[in-house]
Design a binder for this molecule. Structure first.
Ligand code: C2O
Ligand code: CU
Length: 471
Protein backbone atom coordinates (compact mmCIF):
# COMPACT_ATOMS: atom_id res chain seq x y z
CA UNK A 1 0.00 0.00 0.00
CA UNK A 2 1.04 3.52 -0.50
CA UNK A 3 2.13 5.55 2.44
CA UNK A 4 0.58 8.94 2.98
CA UNK A 5 2.64 11.97 1.98
CA UNK A 6 3.34 12.75 5.64
CA UNK A 7 4.47 9.28 6.67
CA UNK A 8 6.65 9.11 3.67
CA UNK A 9 8.16 12.49 4.30
CA UNK A 10 9.40 11.32 7.68
CA UNK A 11 10.95 8.19 6.19
CA UNK A 12 12.31 10.11 3.25
CA UNK A 13 13.91 12.77 5.40
CA UNK A 14 15.49 10.21 7.69
CA UNK A 15 17.00 8.47 4.68
CA UNK A 16 18.32 11.64 3.12
CA UNK A 17 21.80 11.91 4.52
CA UNK A 18 23.30 14.11 1.82
CA UNK A 19 23.04 17.84 2.30
CA UNK A 20 21.17 19.68 -0.40
CA UNK A 21 24.42 21.46 -1.13
CA UNK A 22 25.68 18.20 -2.61
CA UNK A 23 22.76 18.20 -5.01
CA UNK A 24 23.18 20.14 -8.25
CA UNK A 25 21.09 23.01 -6.96
CA UNK A 26 23.29 25.74 -8.34
CA UNK A 27 22.68 26.48 -12.00
CA UNK A 28 25.37 24.76 -13.98
CA UNK A 29 27.15 26.25 -16.94
CA UNK A 30 26.05 24.90 -20.30
CA UNK A 31 27.26 21.38 -19.88
CA UNK A 32 26.13 19.38 -22.89
CA UNK A 33 29.23 18.54 -24.89
CA UNK A 34 28.36 19.74 -28.40
CA UNK A 35 24.69 19.58 -27.34
CA UNK A 36 24.13 15.85 -27.36
CA UNK A 37 21.22 14.50 -25.42
CA UNK A 38 20.54 10.83 -24.77
CA UNK A 39 17.46 9.39 -23.09
CA UNK A 40 18.19 6.15 -21.23
CA UNK A 41 17.37 4.16 -18.11
CA UNK A 42 19.50 4.86 -15.05
CA UNK A 43 19.60 5.23 -11.27
CA UNK A 44 19.78 8.26 -8.99
CA UNK A 45 20.28 8.72 -5.23
CA UNK A 46 16.85 10.36 -4.93
CA UNK A 47 16.53 9.58 -1.20
CA UNK A 48 20.16 10.30 -0.32
CA UNK A 49 23.47 8.49 -0.26
CA UNK A 50 22.49 5.93 2.40
CA UNK A 51 19.24 4.80 0.77
CA UNK A 52 18.90 2.43 -2.18
CA UNK A 53 19.13 4.21 -5.51
CA UNK A 54 15.91 4.80 -7.42
CA UNK A 55 15.53 3.39 -10.94
CA UNK A 56 14.59 6.24 -13.26
CA UNK A 57 14.76 7.35 -16.89
CA UNK A 58 17.34 10.03 -17.53
CA UNK A 59 18.68 12.56 -19.99
CA UNK A 60 22.46 12.14 -20.10
CA UNK A 61 22.42 9.92 -17.01
CA UNK A 62 20.79 12.26 -14.48
CA UNK A 63 17.51 13.69 -13.24
CA UNK A 64 16.96 16.45 -14.01
CA UNK A 65 18.75 16.36 -17.36
CA UNK A 66 21.46 18.89 -18.19
CA UNK A 67 20.75 22.60 -17.73
CA UNK A 68 21.02 24.21 -21.15
CA UNK A 69 22.26 27.78 -20.69
CA UNK A 70 21.78 29.58 -23.99
CA UNK A 71 21.68 33.05 -25.41
CA UNK A 72 18.88 34.84 -27.18
CA UNK A 73 19.42 35.07 -30.95
CA UNK A 74 21.68 32.03 -30.81
CA UNK A 75 20.97 29.05 -33.06
CA UNK A 76 20.59 25.98 -30.89
CA UNK A 77 21.39 22.59 -32.35
CA UNK A 78 21.14 19.33 -30.50
CA UNK A 79 21.59 15.70 -31.48
CA UNK A 80 19.10 13.58 -29.63
CA UNK A 81 19.46 9.83 -29.24
CA UNK A 82 16.80 7.50 -27.89
CA UNK A 83 18.32 4.70 -25.81
CA UNK A 84 14.97 3.83 -24.17
CA UNK A 85 12.95 0.70 -24.96
CA UNK A 86 10.06 2.78 -26.31
CA UNK A 87 9.65 5.65 -28.78
CA UNK A 88 9.97 9.23 -27.52
CA UNK A 89 10.32 12.87 -28.64
CA UNK A 90 11.70 16.06 -27.07
CA UNK A 91 9.37 19.05 -26.67
CA UNK A 92 10.79 22.51 -25.84
CA UNK A 93 8.18 23.75 -23.41
CA UNK A 94 7.35 27.44 -23.79
CA UNK A 95 9.90 28.19 -26.51
CA UNK A 96 8.63 29.75 -29.74
CA UNK A 97 10.15 27.18 -32.09
CA UNK A 98 9.19 26.39 -35.70
CA UNK A 99 6.38 23.82 -35.79
CA UNK A 100 8.52 20.95 -37.11
CA UNK A 101 10.88 21.34 -34.09
CA UNK A 102 8.09 21.21 -31.49
CA UNK A 103 8.55 17.53 -30.66
CA UNK A 104 4.92 16.40 -30.79
CA UNK A 105 4.63 12.81 -32.04
CA UNK A 106 2.83 12.35 -35.38
CA UNK A 107 1.56 15.96 -35.37
CA UNK A 108 4.99 17.57 -35.93
CA UNK A 109 7.43 14.65 -36.25
CA UNK A 110 7.60 10.87 -36.34
CA UNK A 111 8.33 9.49 -32.86
CA UNK A 112 12.03 8.69 -32.41
CA UNK A 113 12.17 4.87 -32.29
CA UNK A 114 14.35 2.99 -29.76
CA UNK A 115 17.93 3.37 -31.02
CA UNK A 116 16.85 6.25 -33.27
CA UNK A 117 18.12 9.82 -33.50
CA UNK A 118 16.69 13.24 -34.24
CA UNK A 119 18.39 16.58 -34.75
CA UNK A 120 16.63 19.55 -33.16
CA UNK A 121 17.67 23.00 -34.40
CA UNK A 122 16.08 26.39 -33.89
CA UNK A 123 16.79 29.96 -32.97
CA UNK A 124 16.17 31.24 -29.44
CA UNK A 125 13.73 34.12 -29.68
CA UNK A 126 13.10 34.99 -26.02
CA UNK A 127 14.99 35.09 -22.75
CA UNK A 128 13.83 33.30 -19.62
CA UNK A 129 13.38 29.97 -17.84
CA UNK A 130 11.97 27.09 -19.93
CA UNK A 131 12.19 23.29 -19.92
CA UNK A 132 12.24 20.25 -22.14
CA UNK A 133 10.52 16.87 -21.84
CA UNK A 134 9.10 14.04 -23.97
CA UNK A 135 5.66 14.42 -25.55
CA UNK A 136 5.24 10.68 -26.12
CA UNK A 137 3.52 8.77 -23.30
CA UNK A 138 4.48 11.68 -21.09
CA UNK A 139 2.47 10.37 -18.12
CA UNK A 140 5.15 7.71 -17.73
CA UNK A 141 8.18 9.25 -19.46
CA UNK A 142 8.15 12.63 -17.71
CA UNK A 143 7.24 11.06 -14.38
CA UNK A 144 10.13 8.59 -14.54
CA UNK A 145 12.53 11.51 -14.76
CA UNK A 146 12.83 12.75 -18.34
CA UNK A 147 13.04 16.51 -18.02
CA UNK A 148 15.61 19.28 -18.02
CA UNK A 149 15.77 23.07 -17.87
CA UNK A 150 16.65 25.62 -20.53
CA UNK A 151 17.81 29.04 -19.40
CA UNK A 152 18.02 31.71 -22.05
CA UNK A 153 20.16 34.40 -20.45
CA UNK A 154 18.63 37.82 -19.91
CA UNK A 155 20.11 40.67 -21.92
CA UNK A 156 20.34 42.78 -18.77
CA UNK A 157 19.88 40.54 -15.70
CA UNK A 158 19.24 42.03 -12.24
CA UNK A 159 22.29 41.97 -9.98
CA UNK A 160 22.06 39.02 -7.58
CA UNK A 161 24.56 37.12 -5.45
CA UNK A 162 23.42 33.72 -6.71
CA UNK A 163 21.22 32.50 -9.56
CA UNK A 164 19.72 29.22 -8.29
CA UNK A 165 17.47 26.68 -9.90
CA UNK A 166 14.94 24.49 -8.11
CA UNK A 167 13.36 21.84 -10.28
CA UNK A 168 10.31 20.82 -8.23
CA UNK A 169 9.03 17.31 -8.79
CA UNK A 170 7.18 14.53 -7.04
CA UNK A 171 7.43 10.77 -7.01
CA UNK A 172 5.08 7.93 -6.14
CA UNK A 173 7.49 5.64 -4.34
CA UNK A 174 7.09 2.26 -2.70
CA UNK A 175 8.77 1.23 0.57
CA UNK A 176 11.98 0.38 -1.33
CA UNK A 177 12.24 3.87 -2.81
CA UNK A 178 11.18 2.66 -6.27
CA UNK A 179 8.63 4.23 -8.61
CA UNK A 180 5.22 2.56 -8.32
CA UNK A 181 4.40 1.12 -11.73
CA UNK A 182 0.69 1.93 -11.92
CA UNK A 183 0.81 4.35 -14.83
CA UNK A 184 -2.35 4.93 -16.81
CA UNK A 185 -4.81 3.84 -14.10
CA UNK A 186 -8.33 5.18 -14.45
CA UNK A 187 -8.48 6.63 -10.94
CA UNK A 188 -5.53 9.00 -11.52
CA UNK A 189 -6.85 9.84 -14.97
CA UNK A 190 -10.36 10.69 -13.80
CA UNK A 191 -9.34 12.61 -10.65
CA UNK A 192 -6.41 14.96 -10.03
CA UNK A 193 -3.77 13.02 -11.99
CA UNK A 194 -0.75 11.08 -10.75
CA UNK A 195 0.05 12.56 -7.39
CA UNK A 196 3.25 11.48 -5.65
CA UNK A 197 4.07 10.87 -2.00
CA UNK A 198 7.56 12.42 -2.04
CA UNK A 199 8.70 15.81 -3.33
CA UNK A 200 12.17 16.50 -4.67
CA UNK A 201 14.29 19.48 -5.60
CA UNK A 202 16.73 18.98 -8.47
CA UNK A 203 16.19 15.21 -8.36
CA UNK A 204 16.96 14.73 -4.65
CA UNK A 205 14.88 14.78 -1.48
CA UNK A 206 16.36 17.99 -0.11
CA UNK A 207 17.53 18.89 3.38
CA UNK A 208 19.08 22.31 3.87
CA UNK A 209 20.03 25.20 1.65
CA UNK A 210 22.77 27.29 3.19
CA UNK A 211 22.31 31.02 2.73
CA UNK A 212 24.08 34.13 3.95
CA UNK A 213 22.65 37.06 5.83
CA UNK A 214 22.32 40.03 3.44
CA UNK A 215 22.31 37.84 0.36
CA UNK A 216 20.06 38.39 -2.67
CA UNK A 217 19.18 35.22 -4.59
CA UNK A 218 17.37 34.79 -7.87
CA UNK A 219 15.48 31.55 -7.63
CA UNK A 220 14.13 29.89 -10.76
CA UNK A 221 11.28 27.54 -9.84
CA UNK A 222 10.30 24.93 -12.42
CA UNK A 223 7.50 22.44 -11.71
CA UNK A 224 8.05 19.19 -13.62
CA UNK A 225 5.51 17.18 -11.57
CA UNK A 226 2.61 15.52 -13.35
CA UNK A 227 -0.06 16.82 -10.99
CA UNK A 228 1.33 18.37 -7.80
CA UNK A 229 0.71 22.11 -7.59
CA UNK A 230 3.28 23.84 -5.38
CA UNK A 231 2.33 26.90 -3.30
CA UNK A 232 5.57 27.80 -1.56
CA UNK A 233 5.61 29.67 1.72
CA UNK A 234 9.09 31.12 2.35
CA UNK A 235 8.30 31.59 6.05
CA UNK A 236 9.47 35.02 7.33
CA UNK A 237 10.77 35.99 3.88
CA UNK A 238 8.83 37.78 1.16
CA UNK A 239 9.89 36.70 -2.30
CA UNK A 240 9.35 39.10 -5.20
CA UNK A 241 8.09 37.52 -8.42
CA UNK A 242 9.92 38.85 -11.50
CA UNK A 243 8.85 36.40 -14.23
CA UNK A 244 6.14 33.83 -14.99
CA UNK A 245 6.75 31.09 -17.55
CA UNK A 246 9.97 32.84 -18.60
CA UNK A 247 8.36 36.22 -19.31
CA UNK A 248 9.13 39.30 -17.23
CA UNK A 249 6.35 40.70 -15.08
CA UNK A 250 6.21 43.89 -12.99
CA UNK A 251 7.98 42.84 -9.74
CA UNK A 252 5.41 42.08 -7.07
CA UNK A 253 4.77 40.07 -3.94
CA UNK A 254 2.43 37.14 -4.70
CA UNK A 255 -1.17 37.47 -3.48
CA UNK A 256 -1.61 35.57 -0.23
CA UNK A 257 2.17 35.23 0.14
CA UNK A 258 2.40 31.83 -1.61
CA UNK A 259 4.45 31.38 -4.77
CA UNK A 260 2.17 29.13 -6.81
CA UNK A 261 3.75 26.93 -9.47
CA UNK A 262 1.39 24.59 -11.31
CA UNK A 263 2.56 21.62 -13.36
CA UNK A 264 4.90 22.79 -16.17
CA UNK A 265 4.85 26.42 -14.98
CA UNK A 266 7.91 28.44 -14.04
CA UNK A 267 8.24 31.34 -11.61
CA UNK A 268 11.40 33.42 -11.16
CA UNK A 269 11.62 35.14 -7.77
CA UNK A 270 14.07 37.40 -5.98
CA UNK A 271 14.67 36.25 -2.44
CA UNK A 272 16.26 38.72 -0.03
CA UNK A 273 17.80 36.99 2.97
CA UNK A 274 17.73 39.48 5.82
CA UNK A 275 17.50 37.29 8.92
CA UNK A 276 20.37 36.96 11.38
CA UNK A 277 23.33 34.58 10.97
CA UNK A 278 22.63 31.13 12.45
CA UNK A 279 18.84 31.27 11.97
CA UNK A 280 16.86 28.49 10.28
CA UNK A 281 13.54 28.71 8.37
CA UNK A 282 11.36 26.12 6.71
CA UNK A 283 10.12 26.41 3.15
CA UNK A 284 6.67 24.80 3.13
CA UNK A 285 4.30 23.88 0.32
CA UNK A 286 0.87 25.08 1.45
CA UNK A 287 -1.10 24.80 -1.78
CA UNK A 288 -3.10 21.92 -0.32
CA UNK A 289 -3.86 23.76 2.89
CA UNK A 290 -4.88 20.64 4.83
CA UNK A 291 -1.65 18.85 3.92
CA UNK A 292 1.27 21.26 4.36
CA UNK A 293 4.50 19.66 3.15
CA UNK A 294 7.89 20.82 4.34
CA UNK A 295 10.19 21.04 1.35
CA UNK A 296 13.48 22.10 2.93
CA UNK A 297 15.16 24.48 5.37
CA UNK A 298 16.94 27.73 4.63
CA UNK A 299 19.92 27.77 7.01
CA UNK A 300 21.81 31.00 7.60
CA UNK A 301 25.58 30.62 7.85
CA UNK A 302 27.56 32.27 10.64
CA UNK A 303 28.86 35.19 8.56
CA UNK A 304 27.09 38.20 7.12
CA UNK A 305 27.53 38.98 3.46
CA UNK A 306 26.32 42.54 4.08
CA UNK A 307 24.09 44.23 6.63
CA UNK A 308 21.00 44.06 4.39
CA UNK A 309 20.18 42.71 0.93
CA UNK A 310 20.10 45.41 -1.79
CA UNK A 311 16.73 47.18 -1.90
CA UNK A 312 16.51 48.02 -5.60
CA UNK A 313 13.63 46.69 -7.65
CA UNK A 314 15.35 43.97 -9.74
CA UNK A 315 12.96 44.24 -12.71
CA UNK A 316 13.72 42.33 -15.88
CA UNK A 317 13.47 44.05 -19.29
CA UNK A 318 9.86 43.73 -20.60
CA UNK A 319 9.14 40.65 -22.72
CA UNK A 320 9.66 40.97 -26.46
CA UNK A 321 6.53 39.27 -27.80
CA UNK A 322 4.10 39.96 -30.65
CA UNK A 323 1.22 41.93 -29.12
CA UNK A 324 -2.33 40.82 -29.86
CA UNK A 325 -4.66 43.64 -30.87
CA UNK A 326 -7.62 43.45 -28.52
CA UNK A 327 -9.75 45.81 -30.64
CA UNK A 328 -9.70 43.58 -33.73
CA UNK A 329 -9.42 40.19 -32.04
CA UNK A 330 -11.88 37.44 -32.96
CA UNK A 331 -13.38 35.59 -29.97
CA UNK A 332 -13.52 31.84 -29.42
CA UNK A 333 -14.62 29.65 -26.57
CA UNK A 334 -12.89 26.46 -25.44
CA UNK A 335 -14.88 24.33 -23.00
CA UNK A 336 -13.30 21.61 -20.86
CA UNK A 337 -15.60 18.90 -19.53
CA UNK A 338 -15.57 15.41 -18.07
CA UNK A 339 -13.68 13.71 -15.24
CA UNK A 340 -15.03 12.43 -11.95
CA UNK A 341 -17.92 14.52 -10.64
CA UNK A 342 -17.99 16.44 -13.92
CA UNK A 343 -21.43 15.24 -15.01
CA UNK A 344 -20.44 14.60 -18.64
CA UNK A 345 -22.87 12.11 -20.26
CA UNK A 346 -21.27 11.62 -23.66
CA UNK A 347 -18.77 13.13 -26.09
CA UNK A 348 -17.49 12.68 -29.64
CA UNK A 349 -14.74 10.09 -29.84
CA UNK A 350 -13.22 8.84 -33.10
CA UNK A 351 -15.99 10.67 -34.97
CA UNK A 352 -18.85 9.10 -32.98
CA UNK A 353 -20.96 10.38 -30.10
CA UNK A 354 -20.02 7.93 -27.34
CA UNK A 355 -21.55 7.41 -23.89
CA UNK A 356 -19.50 8.03 -20.74
CA UNK A 357 -19.45 4.36 -19.68
CA UNK A 358 -17.96 3.23 -22.94
CA UNK A 359 -15.50 6.14 -22.92
CA UNK A 360 -14.40 5.19 -19.39
CA UNK A 361 -13.86 1.58 -20.55
CA UNK A 362 -11.42 2.96 -23.11
CA UNK A 363 -9.76 5.13 -20.42
CA UNK A 364 -11.07 8.34 -22.04
CA UNK A 365 -12.93 10.74 -19.80
CA UNK A 366 -12.10 14.34 -20.65
CA UNK A 367 -13.36 16.43 -23.57
CA UNK A 368 -12.52 19.74 -25.23
CA UNK A 369 -15.52 21.38 -26.96
CA UNK A 370 -17.33 18.06 -26.76
CA UNK A 371 -14.56 15.97 -28.33
CA UNK A 372 -12.38 13.41 -26.58
CA UNK A 373 -9.01 13.26 -28.33
CA UNK A 374 -7.86 9.80 -29.30
CA UNK A 375 -4.49 10.85 -30.76
CA UNK A 376 -2.14 13.84 -31.10
CA UNK A 377 -3.15 14.68 -34.68
CA UNK A 378 -6.85 15.34 -34.19
CA UNK A 379 -8.69 17.64 -36.63
CA UNK A 380 -8.21 21.24 -35.36
CA UNK A 381 -10.56 22.61 -32.70
CA UNK A 382 -9.57 26.13 -33.83
CA UNK A 383 -8.28 27.43 -37.15
CA UNK A 384 -6.46 30.73 -36.81
CA UNK A 385 -5.15 33.00 -39.52
CA UNK A 386 -1.52 33.99 -39.34
CA UNK A 387 -1.00 37.60 -38.28
CA UNK A 388 -4.46 37.87 -36.70
CA UNK A 389 -5.33 38.34 -33.04
CA UNK A 390 -7.65 36.13 -31.00
CA UNK A 391 -9.30 36.24 -27.63
CA UNK A 392 -9.87 32.76 -26.27
CA UNK A 393 -12.15 32.13 -23.35
CA UNK A 394 -11.44 28.91 -21.46
CA UNK A 395 -14.39 27.48 -19.58
CA UNK A 396 -13.66 24.78 -17.01
CA UNK A 397 -16.85 22.78 -16.45
CA UNK A 398 -14.99 20.13 -14.47
CA UNK A 399 -14.50 19.56 -10.74
CA UNK A 400 -10.68 19.82 -11.02
CA UNK A 401 -7.99 22.43 -11.57
CA UNK A 402 -6.15 22.10 -14.90
CA UNK A 403 -2.88 23.66 -16.11
CA UNK A 404 -3.88 24.58 -19.68
CA UNK A 405 -0.92 24.76 -22.06
CA UNK A 406 -0.79 26.17 -25.59
CA UNK A 407 2.22 25.39 -27.77
CA UNK A 408 4.06 27.89 -29.96
CA UNK A 409 2.26 31.03 -28.75
CA UNK A 410 2.53 32.73 -25.35
CA UNK A 411 -0.88 33.79 -24.03
CA UNK A 412 -1.53 37.26 -22.65
CA UNK A 413 -3.78 36.66 -19.65
CA UNK A 414 -6.73 39.07 -19.51
CA UNK A 415 -8.57 37.35 -16.69
CA UNK A 416 -8.25 34.09 -14.80
CA UNK A 417 -10.27 32.49 -12.00
CA UNK A 418 -12.33 35.65 -11.47
CA UNK A 419 -9.34 37.98 -11.23
CA UNK A 420 -7.79 40.42 -13.68
CA UNK A 421 -4.00 40.56 -13.41
CA UNK A 422 -2.77 43.92 -12.13
CA UNK A 423 0.13 43.92 -14.61
CA UNK A 424 0.94 42.60 -18.09
CA UNK A 425 0.95 38.84 -17.61
CA UNK A 426 2.15 36.31 -20.17
CA UNK A 427 1.89 32.57 -19.64
CA UNK A 428 2.34 29.44 -21.69
CA UNK A 429 0.35 27.49 -19.10
CA UNK A 430 -2.70 28.86 -17.33
CA UNK A 431 -3.80 27.28 -14.06
CA UNK A 432 -7.57 27.12 -14.49
CA UNK A 433 -9.39 26.37 -11.26
CA UNK A 434 -12.34 23.98 -10.95
CA UNK A 435 -15.50 25.42 -12.57
CA UNK A 436 -13.68 28.68 -13.31
CA UNK A 437 -12.99 30.68 -16.46
CA UNK A 438 -9.93 32.25 -18.00
CA UNK A 439 -9.57 34.70 -20.87
CA UNK A 440 -6.37 35.06 -22.88
CA UNK A 441 -5.28 36.95 -25.99
CA UNK A 442 -3.05 35.41 -28.62
CA UNK A 443 -1.33 36.79 -31.70
CA UNK A 444 -1.23 33.89 -34.19
CA UNK A 445 2.22 34.51 -35.67
CA UNK A 446 3.66 31.00 -35.79
CA UNK A 447 2.25 28.78 -38.57
CA UNK A 448 1.60 25.10 -38.03
CA UNK A 449 -0.45 22.66 -36.00
CA UNK A 450 -0.06 23.27 -32.27
CA UNK A 451 -1.17 21.33 -29.21
CA UNK A 452 -3.59 22.80 -26.68
CA UNK A 453 -3.83 20.48 -23.69
CA UNK A 454 -3.99 19.97 -19.99
CA UNK A 455 -0.43 19.54 -18.70
CA UNK A 456 -1.50 16.82 -16.27
CA UNK A 457 -0.49 14.04 -18.66
CA UNK A 458 -3.04 11.61 -17.16
CA UNK A 459 -5.76 14.06 -18.25
CA UNK A 460 -4.14 14.75 -21.62
CA UNK A 461 -3.86 11.06 -22.45
CA UNK A 462 -7.46 10.50 -21.32
CA UNK A 463 -8.69 12.93 -23.99
CA UNK A 464 -7.90 16.45 -22.76
CA UNK A 465 -5.98 17.67 -25.76
CA UNK A 466 -6.75 19.41 -29.04
CA UNK A 467 -5.03 20.96 -32.04
CA UNK A 468 -4.97 24.67 -32.90
CA UNK A 469 -4.00 25.26 -36.50
CA UNK A 470 -2.41 28.49 -37.69
CA UNK A 471 -2.27 29.06 -41.49
CU1 C2O B 1 5.16 20.78 -21.66
CU2 C2O B 1 2.54 19.90 -24.67
O1 C2O B 1 3.90 20.30 -23.18
CU1 CU C 1 -6.23 18.46 -16.40
Amino acid sequence: MQQSRREFLITGTALAAASILDAPIQVAKANVAGHRLTASAGRIPLLGADAPETKVWTYNGNVPGPVLRLRRGERFELDFENALQQPTTVHWHGLRVPNDMDGVPVLTQAPVAPGGRFRYAFELRNTGTYWYHPHFQSAEQVDRGLHGVIIVEDDDPPAVDRDLLWVLDDWRLDGQGQIVNDFGNLHDASHQGRFGNTASVNGRVPEDLEVQSGERIRLRLVNTANAWIFGLDFVAHSPTVIAYDGHAVEPHQPTGGLVIVGPSQRVDVILDLNAAPGERFEVIDRYYSRQPYKLLDLVYGQNRLRSKAPADKAALPPPDLPLPSLATAERHEIVFSGGAMGGMQSARYDGQETGIRELARKGKIWAINGTVASKHDEPPVLKLRRGHSYIIEFVNETAFTHPIHLHGHPMKVLEANGRKPAWDLWRDTLLLEARARGTVAVMADNPGRWMLHCHIPEHQEAGMMAVVQVD
